[in-house]
Design a protein around this ligand. Structure first.
Ligand SMILES: [Zn+2]
Ligand SMILES: [Zn+2]
Length: 373
């Protein structure tokens, strides 16, 4: 049989010399020292909350045993257990990364004793099966009748961190702007005791098309697609939430809110200066910068609401429900067009604005503008 050789990339330090009480080992802090030859491979590791550690049972005198009693009357094959009596004496353990200090990782949850050689470290990835964890059939059934129930529960419990993680699935990154949108919208939803069914009974009027608005859309459920999002192109980090009765609440960011965020996260500010202003792109600095950006985004959620926002109860002129319009066919491109956007050329002949070379309105990162094809 072919044999393979492994090299240790690091070593475990903790006060445990035997595995007698492995539960206690897991509870306590362990340090994983990564050897100098491999320290560059730690780049960016601090962005992970959880890691998989692969190690060698160097002190084990256990002989491979095909089965093992996992409790007094249950016998399991070794591959169906975490028994140490393994053919290759390789241990795998998922740990929580508490801190990185240079080439030393401070972890919790490791079940290896002092002096254990570490063979490999990987970031933890359960995304492939997250779908199965998150969606049991009972819950799936509930979601089919009440698609926003999870979000609603999070709003009522003010679980802004969890809301931001979900909103970022749409927004694509974490930033203070998204955090502020989540905070403002969670506040307004709770104050108005509002719930969104995506049928325009609840309306959000946003005054900016930046990151903030994605937090607002996710939490309120008022979106571009369901016609419950109204956009006032004012360039203010503010939004109003209103029900059909026009009794709304406007949440606007204080003009000093940027300063408040900046002062709360000076680490990020210093790294920003080095990486962005001074263009120092050393890998360690960039990794630290990325980590600090993440900390700042999630940290923003913990800042005092009153320090960031003003609120005002307002009367809103609520627009009529969006009408359903007929469609007609463009005689040039042959595509279907909402009738209100079609140009009638002659009896039963229509053109879309683009084929006709006519002006139309366009919303992009610069706001709304008239566009000539
Ligand atoms: Zn953003
Ligand atoms: Zn056309």
């Amino acid at each position: 049989m072919k044999t393979y050789e492994f090299k240790a990339i690091g070593i475990v330090h903790n006060p445990f010399e035997t595995t007698e009480d492995y539960r206690k080992i897991k509870e306590k802090l362990s340090l994983i020292e990564v050897f100098d030859d491999y320290s560059d491979a730690l780049l960016g590791i601090e962005e992970n909350d959880y890691l998989d550690i692969v190690y060698y049972f160097h002190k084990s005198e256990e002989k491979f045993q095909t089965d093992t009693p996992t409790s007094p009357d249950v016998l399991r094959g070794v591959f169906a257990s975490r028994s140490p009596k393994r053919p290759n004496l390789v241990g795998v353990c998922t740990v929580k990364l508490l801190e990185r200090k240079g080439n030393v990782l401070h972890v919790q949850g490791l079940d290896a004793i002092n002096g254990t050689p570490v063979l490999d470290i990987k970031n933890c990835d359960t995304s492939m099966f997250a779908y199965e964890y998150d969606n049991n059939p009972v819950h799936q059934g509930k979601l089919k009748t009440s698609p926003r129930i999870d979000i609603r529960n999070e709003i009522h419990s003010w679980r802004t961190e969890s809301l931001m993680i979900k909103a970022a699935q749409m927004h694509g990154h974490f930033c203070p702007g998204l955090a502020m949108g989540i905070m403002a919208a969670t506040y307004a939803m709770n104050k108005l005791e509002a719930e969104s069914d995506g049928m325009e009974d609840l309306l959000a009027i946003t005054e900016t098309n930046n990151c903030f608005s994605d937090g607002v859309q996710f939490v309120t459920g008022c979106t571009f697609g369901n016609n419950a999002l109204i956009f006032k192109d004012l360039g203010k980090t503010a939004f109003t939430l209103t029900k059909r009765d026009g009794k709304g609440i406007r949440v606007s960011s204080k003009n000093e809110s940027r300063q408040v965020v900046r002062e709360a996260f000076t680490d990020h500010q210093n790294l920003y200066k080095k990486v962005v202003d001074e263009q120092n792109h050393s890998p360690e600095l960039v990794a630290a910068y990325r980590k600090s950006a993440l900390d700042r985004a999630f940290g923003t959620l913990t800042l005092k609401f009153e320090k960031l926002f003003d609120i005002k109860y307002v009367d809103v002129k609520v627009p009529e429900y969006a009408k359903v319009h007929d469609s007609v066919i463009c005689s040039v491109c042959n595509e279907s067009i909402m009738k209100t956007r079609a140009l009638k050329k002659q009896k039963d002949e229509y053109r879309c604005l683009e084929c006709d070379g006519s002006e139309f309105k366009l919303l992009d990162g610069n706001g709304i503008r008239v566009c000539k094809p």
